[in-house]
Design a protein around this ligand. Structure first.
Ligand code: PMP
Length: 385
């Protein structure tokens, strides 16, 4: 017998980037600029705290919402860094990665038939998350002309005034776009006017290379209608430890916790010890990594321009989003450069919106490899000129 799959699962197409991993496996010496995770090891102090917690036998569940001490540390951190004020008891939940927090939010707030507007190109998990929760996705394209920032015109054109919820992610995966406070103001006004709740994925907030990150939740009237996601995967280089969190009004976080307590019980305990130490003593390590990403960013942007590929000035996260030269689709370019030169990048159409014609290039890779990879991309472009 075979299992009958649910309509929800069948509706979601398989991930568009899997094929590329298969090609990459066939070839030697592939340099991957494809993955969205830091090449740095987790700061030692955080690893050491995790090890010590294991040595001490601290391997039980924690409180459903996460260790109180960690929630307090998160409350202090987001207050100091991003001017966000949340109560550790009622308004913060610690999750298994930001991924779990995003999923909880869709399941806690989306009913069948609800419409969730998603600013695109965007991280690939939002759309399936909405579908798994039974909602309808409304893509809201952003454009390179607008530096991939979300605009009120874009929201209006897409019909987002009738949506129930808006998802945005700045600094953005895959474009590297950021949204300064003055650009978020009209979006906040639109959300208030049309009574939209907002899910703001700010997991790349620390990785902002131009000015300071502004959270939409700090804008007038937004705190009560916004859930902010963040976590330790990116800035603290802790992807495999699986730790994230959500911030929001008490009734919303309570609803998310209701699902979390039945489906997850609590986020990984060892990772919570690591995270506590990361917030306590690893700010310098984070800054050092951010400085390195920034140097790589500048190198990659300038190399693409030298090669003659147009590239938008990415100012956050660890991605840039160059345009493919004429004569290629993004998919053709990505497949060609992988097969012929052994460089893995992700075609932009995977991320929706106006991603077609672009490549997502991650610079979470050492400068030495970035240099080699950009030389190979140059050779590929010249071979096909
Ligand atoms: N949001 C965005 C925008 C991401 O890029 C990622 C990871 N690629 C996540 C969330 C998931 O992060 P985590 O490891 O905390 O689940």
């Amino acid at each position: 017998m075979t299992f009958e799959l649910s309509d929800r699962v069948q509706t979601v197409p398989p991930s568009g980037i899997r094929r590329f991993f298969e090609i990459a496996e066939e070839r030697d010496e592939v340099i991957s600029l494809g993955v969205g995770e830091p090449d740095f090891a987790t700061p030692w102090a955080a690893r050491d705290a995790a090890i010590t917690s294991l040595e001490q036998g601290k391997t039980s569940y924690t409180a459903n919402r996460g260790k109180r001490e960690l929630r307090e540390a998160i409350a202090d951190y987001v207050a100091n860094r991003f001017d966000l004020g949340y109560d550790p008891d009622e308004e913060i939940i610690v999750t298994a990665g930001a991924s779990e927090a995003v999923d909880l939010a869709f399941r806690a707030f989306v009913d069948p038939g609800d419409t969730v507007a998603i600013a695109q190109p965007s991280y690939i998990s939002y759309e399936p998350g909405v579908i798994f929760a039974g909602g309808d996705v409304l893509p809201v394209p952003t454009t390179e002309e607008d530096e991939f920032r979300l605009t009120v015109e874009g929201l209006e054109e897409a019909g987002a005034a009738d949506a129930d919820m808006l998802v945005l992610c700045y600094p953005n995966n895959p474009t590297g776009a950021i949204m300064p406070g003055e650009d978020l103001e009209p979006i906040a006004e639109f959300a208030r006017e049309h009574d939209l709740t907002v899910l703001s994925d700010e997991i790349y907030a620390e990785l902002t290379y131009d000015g300071e990150h502004t959270s939409i939740a700090t804008l007038e009237g937004m705190r009560d209608r916004t859930i902010v996601f963040n976590g330790f995967s990116k800035a603290h280089a802790m992807t495999g430890l699986r730790l994230g969190y959500a911030l929001g009004p008490a009734n919303a976080i309570g609803a998310m916790n209701k699902i979390h307590q039945y489906t997850m019980l609590s986020a990984p305990t060892t990772a919570q010890y690591a995270a506590l130490e990361a917030l306590d003593s690893c700010a310098d390590d984070v800054q050092e990594m951010v400085d390195q990403y920034d140097r790589r960013r500048q190198f990659v942007l300038s190399r693409f321009r030298e090669i003659g590929m147009d590239v938008f000035e990415a100012k956050g996260a660890f991605y840039c989003f160059p345009e493919v030269p004429e004569g290629f689709t993004a998919e053709e370019f990505a497949e060609g450069v992988l097969r012929e030169q052994g460089v893995a990048v992700v075609p932009g159409d995977v991320f929706g919106g106006s991603g077609e014609g672009h490549l997502r290039v991650s610079y979470a890779t050492g400068l030495e490899d970035l240099r080699k990879a950009l030389n190979r991309i140059e050779a590929f472009v010249q071979d096909h000129a």
